[in-house]
Design a protein around this ligand. Sequence first.
Ligand code: SF4
Ligand SMILES: [Zn+2]
Length: 272
Amino acid sequence: MRSVSVHRRMLGVADMSRDRLLADIVAMSPSALDDWQRCPRLYLNRHILGLPASDGSATAQTGNLVHDLLRYLHGLGDCHDPALRLATLENHGVDDHPTVGAMLDHHAARCPVGATAVGHELEVVRLSRLGRVWIGSGRLDAVWIHDGILDVRDYKTGRVRDGDLADDARAQFQAWLAQPLAPELPIRVRYEYLSEAPDLDPLEYEPDADDLERVERELGATIDAIRDAASAGEFTGVNETETCRLCAYRSICPDSAVAAEPTWPLPDDHVD
Ligand code: SF4
Ligand SMILES: [Zn+2]
């Protein structure tokens, strides 16, 4: 019979002490990076502990629905066809939804005509060896090739961000992840705000190779900071009203700046 230590070696965890929080090779995604930048405790809860959300969000539900609808729509055919958009809404029972129909219309007005689809809801993985090795992964909402560029779209259903997209760590990360898909082409990341009319000026980020190498180094430095936090066991919450009021753990977090009731189902009967 194999010993426990043999099983642990087979699983690649031979050197992992009982209280270590991170693996030797850290995995990072744009959404995890965003959570880390919002609040270290949020990052801990979601990406290390894997806690289910204690607080719901109608905005997140709409966002997930629209992402699903767009993937389905592009699987049906050309999203510029109004009949296909209507069929998509009807097939999902949301043809009378107050907002998602308009979001599909807004998308179609922005979707490149005659482009080659690299993928929708495309899972990408990339290894970084610039410093300590880490793995980046993420899901790109849509990737197209057209007009000599690799066009990476991120569908947004929330508020339009302020400032330059070149300063957005998520957009930078997405561009770095997408780079191997077409190394010979320039990359453009565009945030597509589906609630907004198509005449909104597009938010775009067009990095060159030097920019992406700098992005990779900065991501590596951030991951080193997360390693340090994990070693020290310090993931202190930000305790800021603006951040906490939208947090998926606001009702259970001891560092929360807002009071809330968990949406977790609670037992009716319990033994004292
Ligand atoms: S409630 Fe606030 S402090 Fe707690 S994890 Fe969420 S954002 Fe961080
Ligand atoms: Zn489209």
